[in-house]
Design a protein around this ligand. Structure first.
Ligand code: PNS
Length: 161
């Protein structure tokens, strides 16, 4: 059986914490499908197309990582790409409450799809997409916290504001 996983999220934008989880997932799975949620509740900084383009650029030379957007239920997206696992990163115990709820709901929806929690390198445990946007908005440096493909687009976005 080919081991296939989905790694879902808003990725607005993708951080080095996310890419660290993807690298670790590749040890366990033959294919990792990054699923970018198209319609998050909150207004995103980057459109779904922009997020798709920059994440595809990061993994352009990596056939093990596929990148798509999705709408609707995560378990439907997982089924579409033939995944039997959902990967979620846990940075701190506070992440766990919401993640546990989602994992149990997803299991209720599709009992055969397992959720796997993975822990990023400790140097990224404080990194989140929302903090990245906030620091940049107020003129702070985000160097080393996001991939270069994201950093250049974030700077362009901020200049255009
Ligand atoms: O990076 P995020 O914003 O924490 O990711 C949340 C995400 C995309 C994993 C979650 O909102 C999701 O799966 N949304 C799709 C809709 C869905 O399936 N909802 C029920 C999940 S219990």
């Amino acid at each position: 059986m080919d081991r296939v996983a989905v790694y879902p999220g808003s990725f607005d934008p993708m951080t080095n914490g996310h890419t660290d989880i993807i690298e670790r997932s590749k040890v366990l799975f033959a294919e990792v499908h990054v699923g970018i949620l198209r319609n998050p509740q909150k207004e995103p900084l980057f459109t779904a197309e922009e997020r798709l383009e920059m994440i595809r650029e990061i993994y352009t030379d990596d056939p093990a990582v596929q990148v798509q957007t999705f709408d609707g239920l995560l378990v439907d997206f997982a089924e579409e790409v033939g995944a039997h696992a959902i990967i979620r990163g846990l940075r701190a115990p506070t992440d766990f409450e919401y993640e546990l709820q989602m994992a149990l709901m997803n299991r209720r929806l599709r009992d055969h799809i397992e959720t796997l929690f993975m822990v990023p390198h400790e140097e990224f445990t404080f990194v989140s997409s929302s903090l990245i946007k906030e620091v940049l908005e107020f003129g702070g440096s985000i160097e080393g916290l996001v991939p270069p493909e994201v950093e250049s687009r974030l700077e362009a976005k901020m200049r255009g504001r």
